[in-house]
Design a binder for this molecule. Structure first.
Ligand SMILES: Nc1ncnc2c1ncn2[C@@H]1O[C@H](COP(=O)(O)OP(=O)(O)OP(=O)(O)O)[C@@H](O)[C@H]1O
Ligand SMILES: [Mg+2]
Length: 429
């Protein structure tokens, strides 16, 4: 089972290329499901078929669905919010305030991805292709499981105890009924327990979702762009941010590439096409260079693929399959570029056991802008790395959790953090 996510800036061709890839896979005999998590659904338009939240077979072996985040919101999450509201109302919190407090930003996207996971686990698909929303949204969405998972994990047990204690204390557990209009102490605690259980189920689901997205054997991301300077610059930032979240980008698709025309063709239109072509080719070679030099460049010769600007809009399975042929040629669509591990630890001094050893943690961040602001914070056994406003919690390997951070520097496409054993704890484990 493979999961392939298509993301990129608005309007670059994510939906078209996601659908084209699924069409190609289905025609090759695979069971492919293409799902759109973008609230502005155009997948049905691209496939020229009516879609709903449940997968429908639109062509032999090709299934498609667009997720209705509003309906998802009213389902399991609605129930959890209901529990939380009851708890807060029981504690005398105003209804409007309770509404605010139980609002979790980004939860719609989270639910959509949760649904992708459910379909991945229950359906007969060989491959699921996900047409994600525009970059900024998707980024938030892909970083979300980690953010929420970490948040709940850290705060929730303490939170549960605190609220338990608070309810018991305020309501005088074992004593009188609560004030009029508020629930009695035992009801309040029962309500809280129901909410706490629902929260912990959510935390489990978020953790599992995170594991699915960060499993590099199962999930990878294709970044779609049009080869223009501004779009490419944003794509570089996106690649850095995705790597920072531990997600694997295994290829870039440059869409709507204008053709080369013969020198004999003249006139203003020919001049326009020639100028655009030259400009696009320059961006394309810069993008190819992003995938590394030397041994990686050879291995990743197909990391940047180009799709020509077709004369007609590619609509319907036949036209999409033709686009896929232009995109993949004879290649297997699922075979992405190989990328070096995103995280690696190397010893740079000492024998690794003595306190004068030194280690480096390299975080591979393709497309890294070296002038980007960088912030490192140690939180217990995690290192919070913030590059250009995107934050990631990196769980430190055990050897580094007993070290202190000595400094950090930017390498080629990587951030290197230097560690030295912390003499107070080095020998203790
Ligand atoms: N290679 C191509 N040649 C010609 N037209 C194309 C090509 N790729 C996509 N299009 C057309 O460009 C338009 C935008 O494509 P698409 O909807 O796939 O982009 P998107 O990235 O999904 O957009 P959004 O961010 O709005 O979801 C569509 O009308 C589509 O048919
Ligand atoms: Mg789209």
């Amino acid at each position: 089972m493979r999961i392939l996510l298509f993301t990129g800036k608005g309007g670059v061709g994510k939906t078209t290329l996601a659908a084209a890839t699924a069409a190609r896979l289905a025609r090759a005999g695979r069971k492919a499901l293409v799902i759109s998590t973008d609230p502005a659904h155009s997948l049905g338009d691209a496939l020229d078929a009516p879609l709903s939240g449940e997968p429908a077979e639109v062509y032999p072996g090709l299934f498609a669905a667009h997720l209705d985040s509003r309906a998802l919101l009213e389902g399991a999450w609605g129930e959890l919010r209901g529990h939380l509201r009851t708890v807060l109302a029981g504690a005398g919190v105003d209804e409007m305030v309770a509404d605010e407090l139980t609002w979790l930003p980004g939860v719609e996207e989270l639910l959509a991805l949760g649904e992708v996971r459910r379909l991945a686990q229950t359906g007969p698909w060989d491959v699921i292709i996900v047409d994600c929303g525009p970059t900024a949204e998707t980024l938030r969405l892909l970083g979300l499981p980690e953010a929420i998972g970490g948040y709940l994990e850290r705060l929730y047990p303490a939170h549960r105890r605190a609220v338990h204690g608070l309810l018991a204390g305020v309501a005088g557990i074992g004593g009188q009924q609560g004030r009029s209009g508020t629930a009695g102490p035992r009801t309040a605690i029962r309500n809280w327990d129901a909410a706490a259980d629902a929260l912990s189920r959510l935390a489990d689901q978020v953790g599992a979702l995170r594991a699915m997205l960060a499993d590099h054997d199962t999930t990878s991301i294709r970044l779609v762009l049009t080869p223009e300077r501004m779009v490419a610059a944003e794509s570089r930032r996106t690649m850095t941010a995705l790597a920072l979240h531990g997600l694997r980008v295994d290829g870039v698709v440059a869409n709507r590439v204008v053709p080369r025309i013969a020198p004999s063709v003249r006139g203003p239109a020919a001049r326009w096409v020639r100028a655009r072509h030259a400009e696009q080719q320059e961006v394309l070679s810069e993008l190819a260079a992003l995938w590394g030099t030397g041994r990686h460049a050879k291995a990743n010769a197909r990391a940047v693929r180009a799709v020509p600007y077709t004369a007609a809009e590619p609509i319907g399975v036949q036209a999409l399959a033709e686009v896929a042929d232009l995109l993949y040629g004879q290649d297997e669509p699922l075979a992405g570029a190989s990328v070096p591990p995103l995280l690696s630890v190397r010893r740079t001094k000492g024998d690794g056991t003595s306190v004068d050893s030194e280690f480096e943690l390299a975080l591979r961040l393709p497309g890294l802008d070296r002038s980007a602001p960088l912030e490192l914070t140690r939180i217990d056994d995690d290192l919070a790395v913030t590059v250009a406003g995107v934050r990631r919690l990196v769980a430190l390997p055990s050897v580094l959790s007993r070290c202190e951070v000595l400094g950090a520097r930017f390498g080629v496409d990587e951030l290197v953090v230097v560690f030295r054993p912390d003499s107070r704890v080095w020998m203790s484990r």
